[in-house]
Each structure stands twice: as C-alpha cells, then as structure tokens.
Design a protein around this ligand. Structure first.
Ligand code: BES
Ligand code: MN
Ligand code: ZN
Length: 500
C-alpha cells in the first residue's frame, strides 16, 4: 500500500472515502463536525437516530454526503475520547481497514490522526496506523492453487494532518512506518512457509537476496563442513540429525562509520523442530515450522534498517538448522564441545535452540559488538509464565534491558523482564560435563537464559524469548511478525541517544 501525508479539509478531499472519528455518546470529532456542517447536519441527524453510538469498534459507511467531494464517508466509533489508549488505537485502525476492504474502496483519506492519545506524537500515530492496517490486510495464500486477488484492493492511503507545519514530521513517520511494516511482512512470509520449503538453505538464499536489494549489506553463508571445522560442536550436534545442510548466515549492514561498534542480533532459525530423538508429541507439531521466527524477525529488522539507510552498523547472525531424529542424530546423554570450549551434556535433544544459539553467541564476539540481542522461540515455559502478550526479556546489562522494555512500550510490541539470578544456575549442573542443556523442573525460561548467559560474558547481552508471541495458533494460525517492531524501535532509540 502506498501511504502519503496531506493537509486539507475533509469536505474538499476528492477521493474514494474520507474516514473520520466519532467518540462515545455520539460526540463528533473536529473533522466529523466539518463534514456535518458542510452537509447541513446530515451526519448528526443520522447519529441522533441511533445509527452509530461512537463506541469502540462501531462503524457507519455513508454515501452521497452533501457538499463533499468524496464518494463515501466512513465514521469510526472510537469510545470515550479521553480513554483512547494504544490498544484502542490499534483496534480503531484495524476496524477501519477491515471495513474499507469490504467496501471496495481503493483510495482513502483518513482524519484519525486527530484522535488525541496521551503522550503520543503524530509520528507514533502514523506508524501504529500503518502497522495495524497492513496487519489487517495481510494474507498468505501463495501456496493455494487458486490465486484470487481482491477485486478492488485498497492501494492508496492518505494521512491528513492539521497543517502544512506537520507535513515533514508526517512524511518521515510514513517512511519509517512503511519500512517497519515491510520488515514485519518479510518476517511473516518467511515464518508462514512450511518446513519443506523454508529450509536452512532457503533462509540463506533469502538473506542473499537482501544483499542485492540493499547496497550497504553484505551476506555470508557457511555450510556444515566449515561450521564443523570452526569448532561449532553444539550447532553440529543439532544439525547432523537432519538431511538438510545447516547454515550459519551473517547479514552485515554497515550504515555507520567503520569504527562504530555494531548492534548484533542473533535469531534462532530452527526451520522445523521435531524435538529430535526426544521427539515431541504429535498435537500441533506442525506449528514447529514457526521455530525460525527469531531468524525471521532478525531478517525483517535488518532489512527495515537497511531500507531506511540508518547511520548505524547492524549485524544479523542466523544459525539455521532442522531438528530431526535420525540414525546419526544426537542422543540423550551425548556430550559435545561448544565453540567456546565449554562441554555440554545433552539431556534432551528438544532443548536444541540453546545449542545452536550458544555457538552463534560465541561467534558474535568477533564483531566486537556494542550490544548483542538474541531472539528465539526458546521455551514453552514462557507461554505458561506470560501467555501471548509480552515476550520475556532477560540479560546481563540493566540499561539494555531497560531500553528494550521502553522500546516495547512505545512500539506496542511489548516485553517483560524475568529474573536472571545466579540462584538458578545450579539447575544446569551435570555430573559428566561442564553443564547440562536442560534445567529440570521449574523456571524453564530462566534456566534456558542461564544456559545462554554462560556464552555471553564478553559483551552486553539481552535475550528475548518470543515463543508466546511469534505466532498465533488455532483458527487464526499464522506468524505475527513480532518482535520486528520492538527491535526497530529499539534501534531508533539507540540512534537518538548516542549516535546523533
Ligand atoms: N521450540 C521449542 C519451544 C517451544 C515449545 C515454543 C512450544 C513454542 C511452543 C524448543 O526448542 C523446545 O522444545 N523447548 C523445550 C525445552 C525443554 C526440553 C527443556 C520446551 O519448552 O519444552
Ligand atoms: Mn525443541
Ligand atoms: Zn525449538
């Protein structure tokens, strides 16, 4: 979709549809009042008759509103004006997008930018709108045999701003919002693909196309032979059980100056997690194709930054494997040596994410990072702890965790901290190796992070466990594209802080 910014009065928009807000108890927004006046109270008359209360989620589509230049006017119920929060604003935008889609409108001018939300800027509103609209209109049907493109798709969306003075801010917000949204779409598309198509090799090929698309980006891919020679024994312990060749993918975006230390993002790329010899039960096992959502979010976030030509250095590292049972697969009790030299007793082959991540995290040292953030669908336990709303964040550097919590809040793509206390470390004790790969009963998300913490001592590090947020199951089954928005907002914050 093409988004633009314009200033102008609602009755003068020569366009398919003008969208305006109506608040609870039939209170018209400023733009709705202007249309009402121009039309000789046509809108307030309808509302008085009970056509729309203004409650959150309500809509009323009008045709032939007198003295306007648009084909339709869409009124959107927004609830009490003073109570509109970030969730309500998202709902307002998705209701609008769904209604517009059903109406067959192709071009729209929206005045929902005038909705007041406490402590939120025009930039924020535009970015959130773009994310919510694109989310609502997203479909994944590339693998259905019959391709039915929508009859009259929405293709042009104009954000109306109150004066010319707001155009510059609005345009920059659109630029950033579209880049984030494109990154989210990339993450969703990759994650929604099935495991027989989206293999480690497929992820590598996708990363290589980023190199063609973005000039300041360099991609390197290494395969199992080189990975083994390098000494990545824990990565190999997972990858060797699959006929797919595991890959270590590095995407370097160098938009900053040479000396600037990079932000490194490490994404778990298990393209299918069967559990290995510790085989998972059958129910909903198909959803384990989503076990590469961390990798997908890294690709989405790096491509958004590259698209925006941000003056920063960002490196994405993706260990990509398939976790399968096989004659040569790792067995419970096997002991392997990681790239760091530490030895690991594999007590459960289904705790494979940490095994590929730990080698990737050691590999990250060579980039002399300012910070490292890993993103992984790491534990089912995080769903027990936090459900599907926030990701869990844990790490070894308070300011980094603070920044991620803040980015989560401002993007709406939230995370919540769990304690990474030393008290939990002993759950990883092994009688035979330096550590076990599982922590036994209790606090599974924390013991998984404890495991990773043993490989991240040389830099500032945070871990996002996204197993609860990266995809939805059931009827709405599909990837969410989270936490691309969180990551890109974190990077924006970083830019405004130190490097401006
Ligand atoms: N990819 C899974 C985590 C997962 C499970 C995400 C269910 C979403 C839903 C991960 O590799 C895994 O299997 N973790 C195990 C760890 C356990 C063996 C210590 C888990 O959470 O059960
Ligand atoms: Mn697993
Ligand atoms: Zn997994």
């Amino acid at each position: 979709m093409e988004y633009t910014v314009k200033s102008g009065s609602p009755e003068k928009q020569r366009i398919g549809c003008v969208v305006v807000a109506v608040f609870a108890q039939r209170v018209l927004s400023a733009a709705a009042k202007i249309l009402d006046k121009a039309s000789g109270n046509q809108i307030s008359n309808l509302i008085r008759r009970g056509e729309l209360e203004g409650d959150l989620g309500g809509t009323l589509l009008l045709h032939n509103v007198e003295n306007t230049l648009c084909d339709r006017v869409l009124l959107i119920g927004c609830g009490k004006e003073k109570e509109i929060d970030t969730n309500a604003f998202r709902k307002i935008n998705s209701t609008m997008a769904a209604t517009l889609k059903a109406s067959g409108t192709t071009e729209v001018a929206s005045f929902l930018t005038e909705i007041p939300i406490k402590r939120k800027s025009l930039t924020w509103k535009i970015q959130q709108s773009i994310e919510a609209i694109d989310e609502t209109l997203y479909t994944f049907n590339q693998l259905k045999s019959e391709q039915k493109p929508p009859r009259r798709p929405l293709r042009k969306f104009v954000f109306s701003v109150s004066g010319r003075g707001q155009l510059t801010e609005g345009e920059e917000a659109v630029r950033r919002g579209m880049a984030i949204s494109t990154g989210i779409k990339l993450a969703k598309d990759l994650a929604n693909l099935p495991g027989n198509i989206c293999t480690p090799d497929y992820l590598a090929i996708q990363a290589l196309t980023m190199q063609k698309q973005f000039p300041k980006t360099r991609v390197t891919v290494i395969g199992e032979k080189e990975i083994e020679d390098m000494g990545m024994g824990t990565f190999m312990s997972v990858s060797k059980g699959s006929r797919q060749d595991g890959k270590l993918i590095t995407i370097e975006y160098r938009g900053g100056d040479k000396k600037q230390q990079p932000i490194v993002l490490v994404g778990k790329g298990v393209t299918f997690d069967s559990g290995g010899i510790s085989l998972k039960p059958g129910a909903a096992m198909d959803e384990m194709k989503f076990d590469m959502c961390g990798a997908a979010s890294v690709m989405g976030a790096v491509s958004a930054c590259a698209e925006l030509l941000l003056p920063l250095n960002i490196i994405g590292i993706i260990p990509a494997v398939e976790n399968m049972p096989d004659g040569v697969a790792s067995k419970p009790g096997d002991i392997v040596t990681s790239l760091s030299g530490q030895t690991i007793e594999i007590l459960n082959t289904d705790a494979e994410g940490r095994l590929i991540l730990c080698d990737a995290l050691t590999y990250a040292e060579r980039f002399d990072p300012e910070v490292v953030i890993d993103i992984a669908t790491l534990t089912g336990a995080v769903i027990v702890a936090l459900g599907a709303h926030p990701a869990a964040v844990l790490g070894n550097h308070k300011p980094l965790i603070h920044d991620l919590l803040k980015a989560g809040k401002s993007s709406g793509d939230r995370c919540w901290e769990l304690p990474l206390w030393d008290d939990y470390q002993e759950q990883l004790d092994s009688n035979f190796a330096d550590m076990a790969n599982i922590g036994g009963k209790g606090a599974g998300t924390i013991t998984a992070a404890c495991f990773l913490s043993r490989f991240t001592k040389k830099y500032h590090w945070a871990h996002l466990d996204i197993a609860g947020v990266a995809w939805k199951g059931g009827k709405e089954k599909g990837a969410t594209g989270r936490p691309v928005s969180l990551l890109v907002h974190y990077i924006f914050q970083h830019l405004n802080g130190k490097h401006k």
